[in-house]
Design a protein around this ligand. Structure first.
Ligand code: TRP
Length: 365
């Protein structure tokens, strides 16, 4: 696909923090796979954002970038259709970041709830670099550089997308003479450079992990750092061990005890509801479990099958790409090149709108 495709565009991304797990799969990956046909897709690896909290670990970041790119290919992202983009090699994103930073009130960034949660969860206190809050402005530029229509993300990213919408409106009003009364969907029609983007949430907003609830009694989100994740790169044995050892209903001593089937309380049922395509099996066995007529082991064994069925083809493709690291880099190079052309075009148009188009430039790739 070329940059001149007439399909509407999608941009989304991941911060490279490690390998992808089942939470990523149902929260975003699945969505991306489904959208590859109808949209011109740009999937960004936000490697610069990884430096916000791990500037001292460049080798880890490099490994995470390669892991994510390998995972994307393994799940079925087709690099000939969708562009896999390495953020740090698209300079126009950074240039837009600087201009956009002038359109965003400082306090508006600092009040962002996702940023506040990150500061709290990572225990950063007031000990974070300037670049940490700045990543929000960077994310606005990641998105708007591609002038996409849709941005598929998890729920935690919605505040960032609201900021993106605000910047698009402000830019278009200030520099493209768009009337502030224009409806969001009509900004481009009204002469704006940037569309007021729409978020698209995944099928599952928050997948729980395999472990016990946290101190507040709620099951925790699946996360690498909480050690409760099943990775798309786990082998069949690892999947089996994690599932057979997963937290269920602590009050259930024997299979004849009535069991808790709420997906909010028992991850075993949360997983069956999300992943088991055999709805009838799930309904029947949920009833049996409630009545103490089926044991944890049987229900767990079924889940092992279900998860391995999902991961098997991914695992096979992952092996293929693990043995061919050059192909992974090629996919990144090719996608980044296409992305760079689009972002350069956006930057040129933005500079023109801002009357900073003194002479053309040509960057090599
Ligand atoms: N902040 C996102 C996350 O941590 C990753 C990201 C970076 C992103 N740039 C983006 C997501 C642009 C969507 C669009 O998950």
């Amino acid at each position: 696909m070329t940059a001149n495709s007439t399909k509407p565009r999608i941009l989304t991304g991941d911060t490279p923090t490690g390998k992808l797990h089942l939470g990523h799969y149902v929260g975003s990956v699945e969505n991306r796979l489904a959208l590859q046909d109808q949209y011109e897709c740009y999937f960004l690896i936000a490697n610069k954002h990884a430096f916000t909290t791990r500037a001292d670990k460049p080798a880890d970041i490099r490994q995470s970038v390669l892991d994510i790119a390998t995972d994307w290919l393994a799940v079925g992202i087709d690099p000939n259709r969708s562009a896999m983009v390495l953020q740090s090699e698209v300079p126009a994103i950074d240039e837009l970041t600087f201009f956009f930073a002038m359109l965003i009130p400082f306090n508006r960034v600092m009040r962002n709830p996702t940023l506040k949660d990150e500061i709290r969860d990572k225990g950063l206190g007031d000990n974070y670099p300037f670049g940490f809050p700045m990543y929000l402005v960077g994310q606005v530029a990641d998105i708007l550089a591609f002038r996409p229509e849709l941005v598929p993300v998890g729920e935690d990213q919605l505040p960032h997308l609201e900021l993106t919408r605000e910047v698009a409106r402000k830019f278009d009003q200030l520099y493209c003479n768009v009337d502030p009364k224009t409806e969001d969907k009509d900004y481009v029609k009204a002469g704006g450079l940037f569309p007021v983007i729409q978020p698209k949430l995944g099928r599952v907003k928050r997948l729980v992990g395999t472990g016990a609830p946290g101190p507040d009694g709620n099951l925790l989100k699946m996360s690498k750092s909480l050690n409760n994740a099943i990775f798309l790169s786990d082998d069949a044995d690892a999947v089996q061990k994690k599932i057979m050892g997963m937290y269920t209903d602590p009050k259930r001593i024997r299979a004849t005890d009535p069991g808790e089937t709420s997906p909010e309380k028992n991850p075993l049922w949360a997983f069956h509801e999300v992943f088991n395509p055999d709805v009838k099996w799930v309904d029947d066995h949920r009833d049996l479990y409630k009545q103490g007529k089926v044991g944890d082991v049987a229900v767990k064994k079924k889940l092992v099958e279900v998860i391995n069925d999902l991961i098997d083809p991914i695992r096979t493709r992952r092996k293929h790409y693990e043995a061919r690291p050059d192909d992974v880099l090629d996919a990144l190079r090719q996608g980044t090149k296409r992305a760079d052309a689009v972002a350069e075009e956006t930057l040129a148009l933005a500079k023109k709108a801002m009357k900073q188009d003194y002479f053309p430039r040509k960057l090599g790739f």
